[in-house]
Design a protein around this ligand. Sequence first.
Ligand code: CA
Length: 226
Amino acid sequence: MKKILVVEDELKIARLVRDYLHEAGFAVIEAADGAAALQLARAEKPDMIVLDLGLPEIDGLDVTRRLRATSAVPIIMLTARSEEADRIVGLELGADDYIVKPFSPKELVARVRAVLRRADATLGGGEMIRAGGVTIDLPKMRVSVDDEVVDLTSTEFDILVTLARHPGRIYTRAQLLDAIHGVSFDSYERSVDAHVKNIRRKIEPDPRRPSYLLTVYGVGYKFTDA
Ligand code: CA
């Protein structure tokens, strides 16, 4: 049974999340503040953490930062609608996904399952990434779509690989810039959009309605996990 650490200082929400995760077949442990969360994460080694960003004293972003110093445990942030900037910082610190309050319990359970599935898939690693008709051969730095090789620039290749290694995981433009660091040192965030446009032109059956490289409005991009 997968064990999930729920970190939430609002009792009502904590109880709701716990009950629905229980019902969905997960073991749940709980913390109501950042210090307890860090301590439980170390002691109990949960399979995932559902983390409220607005916590007393050590807030959710600090918890994420400290966790990521030593751990790759999947993290889903619970955020208020007004916390958009924090959400992006959280993703940049390495959180895997976020849910905006108020959320439906169904949505929460679906996100938890999706992130756990991705985490399991990522453990496999490997030198080939396949998704739909797209195949990425990492050692050869070669991308093909429906068995036809497409020519990507090294910048485009790096962006595509970064996204495709973790299907469904959202990357901000800043994170994608990090991934191509050293290739285009003078680029700025909007240049990522231009690269993405080029990648889509090369790999998407219909670049105007992308099926692989998806836009997450207001945040960044992700590779499909459908
Ligand atoms: Ca809170």
